[in-house]
Write a protein that binds this ligand. Structure first.
Ligand SMILES: NC(=O)C1=CN([C@@H]2O[C@H](COP(=O)(O)OP(=O)(O)OC[C@H]3O[C@@H](n4cnc5c(N)ncnc54)[C@H](OP(=O)(O)O)[C@@H]3O)[C@@H](O)[C@H]2O)C=CC1
Ligand SMILES: CC(C)=CCC[C@@H](C)[C@H]1CC[C@H]2C3=C(CC[C@]12C)[C@@]1(C)CCC(=O)C[C@@H]1CC3
Length: 346
C-alpha cells in the first residue's frame, strides 16, 4: 500500500480529546502510529505530535477542518454529568452528535466510533451480566443518561454502508484510572468530610469498574474492525474489565490505599434511597434561596447499592477484545497516580 494511503487510514480525530478518556485515547493512538487531531472545547495539554482544533461540537462548520483527510472519528465528548444542566446535555449530547454525524459524512470520514455508556440500559434495579440485547432504559437514572440514549440511537442509525460510512458505539462502565477527575477525587472528598462511614445494603452487590486503558483498547479495536459487512456496523458493545467486584470492596480498596478508613456500618438500601430522595426534595424546595450540590443522591445510592455488571462477550467475539490490564494492576496504578490525595499517616 502506498505510504500516503496507509497514513490516511491511520489518521483520526478524537472529539473530546482533552478530557479524561480522550487524553488516554490520544496517548495510545500515538503509540500505535496514528496521526491524531484533537477537537475539544478546550486545550488541556500540549503535544507537538497532536494538531488541536478548538470549538464547540454543536457547530458543524467548526468541526469540518478537524475532520479533513481523516478516516476514523472517535466521539468521546460530553458535558460532565455533575454539571447537572439539562439544556446543555440535550444540546451537546443529542443535537451536537447530529452535527458530528453530519460533519463526518460531509468530510468523507469513513468510521465513527461513539463513546456511549452501559448505563443506557440501567433503571436503578439489578443487572447481572447484562448483554447488549437489553432494551434501552424506559426510565433512565438521570437526564444525562437519557441524552446518552438519544445520542447512541443517532449514531447507530447513521450507519450507512452504501455510502461507505460505518458507525459503532462502545458502552464502558465505571471508567477509572490516572487523571480521572471524578471517581477517586469525589470519594476522597467524601471521606475527608466524614461521609464515607456507611455501606449501602449488604455490600455484596457486584459492579463493573473499568480501567481507562481497557476502554481505550476497546475503542481502537472497534475502529480497526469496523468495515463493510462487519458485525460491528450499527451495533453497540460493552467494554468492561470482565472482573465485576463488590462495589463496596472496590471503594474500600481505593480508600485504604490512600490511607482513609473504609466504611464499616451498614444501612439498608431502601432507607438510604428514601433518605437521599427526601434530601433532594428538601434541597429542591430550598433552591430559590440556596444552591447545594449533595454527595448523597438517589442516583448514587442506586449505583452504590445494586448489581450492575455487563457481559463483554460480544466484544470478545466480534472484535477480539480482552482486557489488557487486570483490575488489581489497574487499582495499583490508579492509587500511585494520586499521591496528592493520599492522607498523611498520623
Ligand atoms: N467517566 C466514566 O465513568 C464514563 C464515561 N462515559 C462517557 O465517556 C465519554 C468521556 O468521558 P470523560 O472522559 O469521563 O469525560 P470528560 O468530561 O473528562 O471529557 C469530555 C471532554 O469533552 C469536552 N466537551 C464538552 N462539551 C463539548 C462541546 N460542546 N464541544 C467540544 N468538546 C466538548 C469536555 O470539555 P469540558 O471539560 O470543558 O466540558 C471534555 O474535555 C463521555 O461521552 C461519557 O459520557 C461513559 C461511561 C462511563
Ligand atoms: C460504577 C460507576 C458507574 C462508577 C462511576 C461513578 C462514580 C463517580 C460515583 C458513582 C456512585 C458514587 C457514590 C459515591 C461517590 C461517587 C460515586 C462512586 C458515594 C460513595 C459518595 C458518598 C456517599 O454518600 C455515598 C455515595 C454512593 C455513590
Amino acid at each position: 500500500m502506498a505510504t500516503h494511503l496507509r497514513s490516511a487510514g491511520k489518521k483520526c480525530t478524537v472529539i473530546g480529546g482533552s478530557g479524561f478518556l480522550g487524553q488516554h485515547m490520544v496517548e495510545q493512538l500515538l503509540k500505535k502510529g496514528y496521526t491524531v487531531n484533537v477537537f475539544d472545547i478546550q486545550k488541556r495539554f500540549d503535544n507537538d505530535r497532536v494538531q488541536f482544533f478548538l470549538g464547540d461540537l454543536c457547530d458543524k462548520e467548526a468541526l469540518l477542518p478537524a475532520l479533513q483527510g481523516v478516516s476514523v472519528a472517535f466521539h468521546c465528548a460530553s458535558p460532565a454529568p455533575s454539571s447537572d444542566n439539562r439544556e446543555l446535555f440535550y444540546k451537546v449530547n443529542f443535537m451536537g452528535t447530529k452535527a458530528v454525524v453530519e460533519a463526518c459524512k460531509e468530510a468523507g470520514v469513513q468510521k465513527l466510533v461513539l463513546t456511549s455508556s452501559a448505563s443506557v440500559v440501567f433503571e436503578g434495579t439489578d443487572i447481572k451480566n447484562g448483554s447488549e440485547d437489553l432494551p434501552y432504559a424506559k426510565n433512565p437514572i438521570d437526564y444525562y443518561t437519557e441524552t446518552k440514549i438519544l445520542q447512541e440511537k443517532e449514531v447507530l442509525s447513521a450507519n450507512d454502508p452504501d455510502n461507505n460510512f460505518f458507525t459503532t458505539a462502545i458502552r464502558p462502565h465505571g471508567i477509572f484510572g490516572p487523571r480521572d477527575p471524578q471517581l477517586v477525587p469525589i470519594l476522597v472528598q467524601a471521606a475527608k468530610s466524614g461521609k464515607m462511614k456507611f455501606i449501602i445494603g449488604d455490600g455484596k452487590n457486584l459492579v463493573d469498574f473499568t480501567y481507562v486503558e481497557n476502554v481505550v483498547h476497546g475503542h481502537i479495536l472497534a475502529a480497526e474492525n469496523l468495515q463493510k459487512d462487519s458485525a460491528l456496523c450499527g451495533k453497540a458493545f460493552h467494554i468492561t474489565n470482565d472482573e465485576p467486584v463488590p462495589f463496596w470492596a472496590f471503594m474500600s480498596r481505593i480508600l485504604t490505599g490512600l490511607n482513609y478508613d473504609p466504611p464499616k456500618y451498614h444501612i439498608p438500601y431502601w432507607l438510604a434511597y428514601y433518605l437521599a430522595l427526601f434530601l433532594s426534595l428538601a434541597l429542591w424546595l430550598l433552591s430559590p434561596l440556596v444552591t447545594i450540590k449533595p454527595t448523597f443522591t438517589p442516583m448514587r445510592v442506586a449505583l452504590a447499592g445494586t448489581f450492575h455488571y455487563y457481559s463483554c462477550e460480544r466484544a470478545k467475539r466480534d472484535m477480539g477484545y480482552k482486557p489488557v490490564v487486570s483490575l488489581d494492576e489497574a487499582i495499583d496504578r490508579t492509587l500511585q497516580s494520586y499521591p496528592h490525595l493520599r492522607r498523611a499517616k498520623a
